[in-house]
Design a binder for this molecule. Structure first.
Ligand SMILES: [Fe+2]
Length: 488
């Protein structure tokens, strides 16, 4: 240990002493570090190429402490600082790690701490590291989680030896190890328009039973933004709300985008490159996602929760080529993304294969066809090729999840039993905070057992023993106003 290391360790001890003042110091160790197997967040594990350290451009300044040998301390005894106006978040969770996020508006030294929980008890401090915010105060730090499937809490702590202030305390669960087959409860939402009430998110943020949460896009409505400052402003409007602060602290997220993170129904073939760059940078600045080392701007990726579930996060916006609509070469997603998705879905050994698809792929009723240019249906050659591939591969446990339409529904992808995709199910979740779309009433049985225009967040309970998924749409008062169970 050199002089700098000594100073750093002393600083940490001092921090811990202060953090633990008046707290129970249960000297527990995690011990059973069995997380080796499932680190597959990447494209099917083949060329995952994930950057190991600092997930984005913020850096972790040292390797942090080892797992399982530190007294837990009690972060709740520290005062919550007002320098974390957008709260905290975690994402891209694997069995052995997660990206932790905040935006720090202060100027003190900053540290991240992660505790393994046993119920409400801080069982052990499993990681601590100094972090340096990037431009704009954004922090993305990729932390190890020593025990797969365990629940953790984390916080960012301000200052050196006399630290007394911290960020909000965030919660997350590590993904399952590769062999685990256990139930999962996953929340989801789409479409939260700036300026509206985010009561659905506040309600979701009160729960402590989510394993993770899916953001299907239109997380912010940045329409009109051009510069990075504009986009940052739009993101901050939403993330500073009690709804987003509560939700993103309560559980980890996997995030895709839809159009409004960039502009309403934007066209990747004509958008000004500088504007797209600003929108993309702002998306990554505010999202607890890893930058893929070989392809740092790519948002499509997969994540594995043991044998229970594999999640495929699509990018259905930035790779589309509107000039190819309704041609034989229709490109809604790139050939590379399509091949990755087909390979991943057909080869996955997970019981459930869930596809995060910002805009629905179903054959929607005629009344909704006015907007079909903007979704899979506007690119029929590629849509049909994908559906045919999946029908022929007969992928069990496949579930499409989408948002965008400002109504929620459950339905068959194909219009009738003779159509492509009849055996594939799609769930629309949300809108979390939008004007409900009255065209939901045109989605009727037998293709659509359920549809509503009511604002909601959605939860999906995956039971690998029965193969069933129970979906509930829940309003801002916490009432599950609709429940559907399917066996995809
Ligand atoms: Fe929307």
């Amino acid at each position: 240990m050199d002089r700098d290391d000594e100073r750093r360790a002393l600083t940490r001890r001092e921090l811990l002493r202060l953090a633990g003042a008046g707290a129970t110091t249960a000297l527990l160790g995690c011990g059973d570090d069995d997380t080796s197997a499932d680190a597959s967040l990447g494209d099917g594990g083949e060329d995952a190429g994930l950057s190991g350290g600092g997930a984005n451009d913020a850096s972790t300044d040292d390797a942090g402490t080892d797992a399982g040998e530190r007294p837990a301390g009690d972060p709740e005894s520290l005062v919550e600082s007002d320098a974390f106006g957008l709260g905290v978040a975690s994402g891209d969770v694997r069995a052995d790690g997660a990206v932790l996020w905040t935006r720090y508006d202060g100027s003190d030294a900053l540290h991240v701490r992660v505790w393994r929980m046993e119920g409400e008890t801080y069982a052990a401090l499993v990681h601590e590291a100094d972090v340096t915010p990037a431009d704009g105060g954004f922090v993305h730090v990729d932390v190890p989680l020593p025990q797969a499937g365990a629940r953790y809490r984390y916080a960012f702590v301000e200052g050196e030896g006399d630290a007394t202030q911290r960020s909000p305390i965030g919660r997350l669960r590590a993904a399952f190890e590769a062999t685990t087959l256990a139930p999962l409860v996953i929340g989801a939402v789409s479409c939260t328009r700036n300026g509206r009430s985010f009561g659905t998110l506040e309600r979701a943020g009160m729960r402590d039973d989510f394993d993770t949460f899916l953001l299907l896009g239109d997380t912010t409505y940045a329409d009109g933004a051009v510069s990075l400052a504009d986009y940052r402003g739009k993101w901050a409007e939403n993330l500073a709300t009690p709804g987003y602060r509560a939700l993103r602290a309560a559980t980890s997220v996997y995030a895709s985008w839809d159009d409004h993170e960039i502009d309403n129904n934007w066209d990747p073939e004509t958008i000004a490159p500088a504007q797209f760059r600003a929108a993309l940078d702002a998306f990554f600045e505010h999202t607890p996602a890893r930058r893929l080392s070989e392809s740092p701007d790519r948002i499509w990726r997969s994540a594995r929760w043991g044998q229970t579930l594999e999640l495929f996060v699509l990018d259905c916006r930035s790779e589309r080529r509107p000039s190819t609509r309704r041609t034989d070469d229709a490109t809604y997603v790139s050939a590379e993304q399509l091949a990755w998705l087909q390979r991943g879905l057909s080869e996955s050994t997970a019981v459930f294969k869930v596809v995060m698809n910002s805009v629905g792929i179903s054959d929607f009723p005629l009344l909704l066809d006015a907007g079909s240019n903007d979704r899979w249906e506007g690119y029929p050659a590629q849509r049909e090729a994908l559906l045919r591939f999946l029908d022929e591969a007969n992928v069990p446990g496949l579930l499409w999840i989408a948002g965008d339409f400002h109504f929620a529904c459950l339905g068959h992808v194909g219009r009738d039993e003779a159509a492509l995709g009849w055996n594939q199910w799609e769930v629309l979740v949300g809108p979390g905070a939008q004007v409900g779309n009255p065209l939901s009433s045109s989605c009727r049985p037998p293709q659509f057992p359920f549809a509503t225009r009511e604002n909601n967040y959605t939860d999906l309970a995956f039971d690998p023993a029965s193969g069933e998924v129970t979906i509930r749409w829940i309003d801002a008062d916490g009432a599950a106003f609709a429940t559907q169970t399917i066996r995809p």
